[in-house]
Design a protein around this ligand. Sequence first.
Ligand code: NDP
Length: 608
Amino acid sequence: MTVGSKDLRFGFDVDAIRDRYREERDKRLRPDGDDQYTELSGKFLHYNEDDPYAAPLARDPVERDVDVAIIGGGFSGLLAGARLQEVGIQDLCIVEAGGDFGGTWYWNRYPGAQCDVESYSYLPLLEETGFVPENRYSFTDEIFEYCQLIGRRFGLYDRTYFQTRARSLEWDEGLKRWRLRTSRGDDIRARFVINGLGTASRAKLPGIPGIEDFEGHSFHTSRWDYEYTGGGVNSPLTRLADKRVAIIGTGATAIQCIPRVAWAARHLHVFQRTPSTLGFRNNKETDVDWYRSQAPGWQDERRRAFADMLQGVPVADDLAETFDNRVNKNSQALRDLIAREAPKTPRETAFLVEVADHQIMNGIRQRVDDEVRDAATAEALKPWYRRMCKRPTFNDEFLACFNQDNVTLVDVSDAKGVERITPKGVVANGVEYEVDCIIYASGFEITSDFKRRMGFEIKGRGGKSLFDHWRGGLGSMKTLHGFSTRGFPNWFYIGVSQNAVGFNMTQMFDEQARHIAYVIAETQKRQGLTVEPSEAAQDAWVQEIRDTAVDATKFQMDCTPGYYNNEGNPGGGMTSGAYQGGINRFNEILSAWRSAGDLAGLEISRAE
Ligand code: NDP
């Protein structure tokens, strides 16, 4: 079998595609990497700290003891609250920055906001709540309402301090408790703490020169200003009819809100550095009879199948049909290719994987030609990189917007981004575009310094900072299963850590919440005061991660820059250092560990 070069058996020139990918990557690489983004402060601090959705709440500071304090009231915190109660732990409280539950779905209410994972797999606890999602893909308002429903169903409202931010967390060796101090002056002495702050909770802005000088209106998508735009998630933005609007960014968020702004604004300028891959959405209403006919245990099974499918494992036809069928077809195309070509070496197999990727990407690029009339605009909207270099997006309205007279695509790839912002507008490629409003769809801090993302200090035994302890990121931290770390007794972490990371974040959070609830309950059953991993158990887990690691450095470095590859710099990226055996395998490891019942690798101390 020929590997690469001018092998046209597949209908395209693999080398030519590789060359184009390299060119497109190189022109976007920036020496400042992640530092090109600014931490929100000064004039922009309100993008992270203000809550445009809730009236300010007045309350006195609280001083209290509690068994478990949960930081964050998004899906991680809600699931922790629910799973703790399942194992009999009622004495808990939640500290949440927003005015209600929801986390991501509380803050991200931009028009068109929708979850890219099907609701039947994404919305957790569906069997427990009996909730029927309206559509296969839920919009943000339904997800937010569902978070509220979970809050009510599990009695969490009375136990939550809203509009309250954690400011510091310190282990008190005398009390054998954590002292959680908040923005409200609270002093909460918690036996156990669960950190569930999510992966995209701090907005970021591009460090574009002059960004502070703009005299028009501006906001970040995670704090959508409906006061200014009018309308809602699914209703027309009525106040934009006389406005010239700029949107900076074309990631997963922008893809969803651009059509809504395009339909409403006098003019929309979309500033695009890297085009997204755009899959079909094909949303449809839930077939309620089908939904109600599911057998008990269906949701766990469905989530497992969804994760399998995304890893290329064949799933039953009826499941594949209701997922994004193309993902399944793409995996099938690869399996067919392998069966036909019968590769004999790992190199040959890797080549076929690449060919299948080019086939998918050719289809994605063809869709742009099919839907966008202006040839130059279509060309600029085509993504030239391997499919998993960037977060895939799904939308059926985005491309057609560029056929509207009031929409202009401004390609800023050659200049590595927008050049400058002036009091009147946005400068790109030497041209000033005057606008009334700039909307930053510039994403979140996902790979920046961990302390910066957390936003507060965590000090364990002997006053040691967690951020010093974990300095160097996922690749150098030590944990047991990603949840707990020696020297920080009774402290647990839900989120992206040394665990498996999947597209369906709530599948991940749910298993983590179950597991942590189990560990806390078992510690209490054993009259334990503290629980933490042994050094040996941490070492063994780190070794397991190394043993199962797939070296994706070459793939990553060939990619166009973004947070998946640490903006094109080796040794970072969202999931580097995480467990790579797959989310289902990881969950099996946890489940087997719990079934053994001996809390292997954890050390429990009791009162003398
Ligand atoms: P992203 O980080 O994905 O996108 C930011 C955008 O801003 C990119 O297009 C980036 O370009 C652009 N940008 C940054 N700096 C500049 C600059 N100087 N000039 C011009 N453009 C610039 O953020 P999103 O908010 O879109 O998405 C963040 C994450 O949120 C997603 O990856 C996803 O995980 C999550 N999300 C999930 C959804 C769901 O369905 N569950 C829906 C929406 C978002 P470039 O690509 O070149 O860096």
